[in-house]
Design a binder for this molecule. Structure first.
Ligand code: NAD
Ligand code: IPM
Ligand code: MN
Length: 380
């Protein structure tokens, strides 16, 4: 029979809460659709880091690489300085496995979002831009402690810091390669063909940041020429955000460099109904990783207040990726039924309902896969 080895990193904050529900849903689907799942759970996250100093060790990366997929909850904890765990675990996994696509579909599942029905797929470049991790801080023009040698590239005299030395400064390199921009653009255009949409919107900003986004645009324009039935629309990211909020609706595919993709996807999560609903997949040629768009939400952690649907829908993306399309559709259908048939009170707090208020979701009863939602069950 079909059998999958899935790695599970519950992580921090609400991560373990939402992945527990997700796991129950996957188990229920595996019984109904006749496949087996072998889970391997990894402890990586704040507790493990505080106890051992370790983020994700090399041998674990190798082992994870041999699995069929990875499901992640969330990473990040107020006890650890920002960036240590996020870069050390999450970004390390994305980069190590060269997961160059961060796929973030947005849908309000049969129930209009706060500003109306919304549909879009964010295709976010996932390996470059400001995320490459080359940079540092310095004190004045003299001491630069960063990964790039000052003077090793042409500053074109644009940094005033070097004419009148500041007390402290920081510099972070954003980097695009033509190849990576072409690769993500091809992915977006192929997806447009699959979905039958005739346009890819590129969120750009070459009017202010000419070289960085100019190169990205150039690569996308050259890829667009290869496609007859799909066109490229370049839009400044600020104007795009304005348009998304002013007139939400069907946006098809929104292609984004890494940093804009991060921001635009939270904006769209809000328009789609809420942060707790938004799923994502980190896709590459090797191991792929699935996780909700949201973070560890320390403000609601440990209170049974987290919406698990983003993780459940991420599991659906994972099952689709593994070839279990029917199971994935069943999970999405269950969410659609829940979203469209619940009374307003039975909806998550972030959608104006009562689920996730001080009484919690009721997920702590562990009955998911039909998990209870105010007495009603989501049945998969
Ligand atoms: P966040 O996404 O954790 O929280 C933003 C807001 O959304 C909060 O008000 C939170 O309560 C709410 N929210 C998030 N998920 C929810 C859910 N499932 N149900 C209901 N409400 C939900 O973003 P943040 O506050 O900027 O970050 C908190 C921590 O998470 C930080 O350490 C950050 O670095 C990390 N983070 C991790 C990931 C990841 O692991 N993929 C993503 C984003 C942020
Ligand atoms: C996300 C998160 C991450 C990102 C952080 C935690 C590094 O915000 O997955 O959207 O910026 O990509
Ligand atoms: Mn984000």
């Amino acid at each position: 029979s079909r059998s999958y080895r899935i790695g599970l990193i519950p992580g921090d904050g609400i991560g373990p809460e939402v992945t527990e529900q997700s796991k129950l849903v996957v188990e229920a689907l595996s019984k109904r659709f006749g496949f087996d799942v072998l889970w391997t759970t990894y402890p990586f996250g704040a507790e493990h880091y505080l106890a051992t100093g370790e983020t994700v060790p090399q041998d674990a990366l190798e082992e994870i690489g041999s699995l069929d997929a990875l499901l992640l909850g969330a990473i990040g904890d107020p006890r650890v300085p920002p960036g240590v765990l996020e870069r050390g675990i999450l970004l390390q996994l994305r980069f190590h496995f060269n997961q160059y696509v961060n796929l973030r579909p947005v849908e309000s599942y049969g129930r209009p979002g706060p500003l109306g029905p919304v549909e879009a797929v964010v295709v976010r470049e996932n390996t470059e831009d400001l995320y490459v991790g080359i940079g540092g801080t310095g004190d004045g023009a003299v001491n630069l402690s960063m990964g790039v040698q000052r003077g090793s590239y042409d500053m074109k005299g644009q940094i005033s810091a070097f004419t009148s030395p500041p007390k402290r400064f920081s510099l972070q390199v954003a980097w695009h390669t033509f190849e990576a921009a072409e690769r993500i653009c091809r992915y977006a255009f192929d997806m447009a063909l699959d979905m039958g949409v005739d346009q890819v919107v590129l969120a750009s900003k070459s009017n202010a940041v000419k070289d960085l986004y100019g190169l990205f645009e150039e690569a996308c324009r050259s890829v667009a020429e290869e496609y007859e039935s799909v066109s490229l629309k370049v839009e400044n990211v600020d104007a795009l955000c304005y348009r998304l909020v002013r007139s939400p609706g069907s946006y098809g595919i929104i292609l984004c460099p890494n940093m804009f993709g991060d921001i635009v996807s939270d904006l769209l999560a809000a328009l789609g109904g809420g942060m707790g609903m938004a799923p994502s997949g980190n896709i590459g040629e090797g191991l792929c990783m699935f996780e909700p768009v949201h973070g560890s939400a320390p403000d609601i952690a440990g209170k049974d207040r987290a919406n698990p649907l983003g993780s459940i829908l991420s599991s659906a993306m994972m099952l689709e990726h593994l070839g279990e399309g029917e199971a994935a559709r069943a999970a999405r259908e269950a969410v659609r039924i829940y979203m469209s048939q619940s009374t307003p009170e039975e909806l998550p707090l972030e959608m104006g309902g009562h689920l996730g208020d001080e009484k919690g979701w009721g997920t702590d009863t562990g009955a998911a896969g039909g998990f209870p939602m105010n007495g009603a069950s989501m049945t998969v």
